[in-house]
Design a protein around this ligand. Structure first.
Ligand SMILES: [Zn+2]
Length: 307
């Protein structure tokens, strides 16, 4: 039979009261002694509080335990806060994946080996992982407004360099999308402030093809054409970067492809902009605006005849 004395559990209110009593009345006790006592009681209080809240930490749908707040204080985070919904979704997602593959996250935490580098628009309707049906770890991503690639954007170029030189991706996919707000804004003359500097890149593409764009009378169709041409411009900007030249010079197997996503159908289409070498790049650069728009018209007519 154990002779060890078991501590009689006391309520949190009792503990708080005892701490207050010690602070106020125990003046005869040596200072360090009193502080030690307070510390001990507070530790007990915190431990019992964690146990008390354990049930609340489990969602009603018996999902995984609530993720802890690692830095505080965060007084606004609670059940009524918008973040609660996101955290709940996240727990359900994590749980669903672990149910299918228990070691999924453990394996993934050891490193990534994506074969695809995706350059797309920030638009929330174009989620690359989802529309490609690729799992976390399978696509490396850079997104900005209207999937613009310019040689002065250190952010984009750094991601490209990492993708090509470190991850050794095999495909750089540049994806434009119909209904792109950035492209539509660049098509018009309205001023949006700071973002105009970014849109200037697309306006430049528009000016290069102004004559051919003007031949398209329907405004939506003209926007679609600029989406495609803007995508082509980004494909060529990636191909022209010293990062790609070095990769091809080394004999690395990496290609750049241009695709367009239709938010009305959820479908991706190839745009015929495919660059896998410096020779390919030269060939693309020799195609002038008239030839480009003529080819676009031919393709559209051929597609119409098929359907
Ligand atoms: Zn967009």
């Amino acid at each position: 039979m154990s002779t060890a004395q078991t501590e009689v559990p006391i309520s949190n209110t009792d503990i708080v009261n005892q701490v207050e009593d010690l602070k106020i009345t125990a003046t005869e006790e040596p200072h360090h002694h009193r502080n030690h006592h307070i510390h001990h009681l507070l530790h007990k209080y915190n431990t019992s509080k964690d146990t008390e809240n354990e049930d609340e930490n489990v969602d009603q749908d018996s999902c995984c335990p609530r993720t802890p707040v690692t830095f505080g204080p965060s007084p606004t985070v609670g059940d009524t806060h918008g973040l609660a919904r996101l955290l709940k979704n996240n727990r359900m997602w994590s749980r669903a994946i672990r149910e299918r593959q228990p070691d999924f996250f453990e394996k993934g935490s050891k490193g990534q080996q994506p074969k695809v580098f995706w350059i797309g628009c920030s638009d929330s309707r174009v989620p690359e992982n989802e529309l490609l049906q690729l799992a976390p770890g399978e696509v490396f991503t850079h997104r900005n407004i209207a999937n613009v690639v310019v040689s002065t954007d250190l952010n984009c170029l750094s991601v490209l360099q990492y993708a090509v030189e470190v991850l050794k991706v095999e495909q750089v996919v540049v994806c434009g999308h119909y209904g792109c707000g950035g492209v539509a804004a660049a098509m018009g003359d309205h001023s949006y402030g700071l973002i105009d500097h970014w849109l200037a890149n697309i306006k430049e593409v528009k000016q290069q093809h102004q004559h051919n764009l003007e031949t398209i009378k329907d405004e939506e169709e003209r926007c679609r054409a600029l989406v495609e041409i803007n995508c082509r411009n980004s494909v060529l900007a990636v191909a022209k970067s010293p990062i790609m030249k070095s990769a091809w010079d080394r004999g690395q197997n990496v290609e750049i492809v241009g695709v367009v996503y239709d938010i009305q159908t959820g479908l991706l289409s190839e745009l015929g902009y495919h660059v896998a070498s410096m020779d390919d790049l030269s060939r693309h650069l020799r195609v002038d605006s008239n030839a480009l728009f003529a080819a676009r018209k031919d393709n559209a007519e051929a597609l119409q005849q098929q359907s």
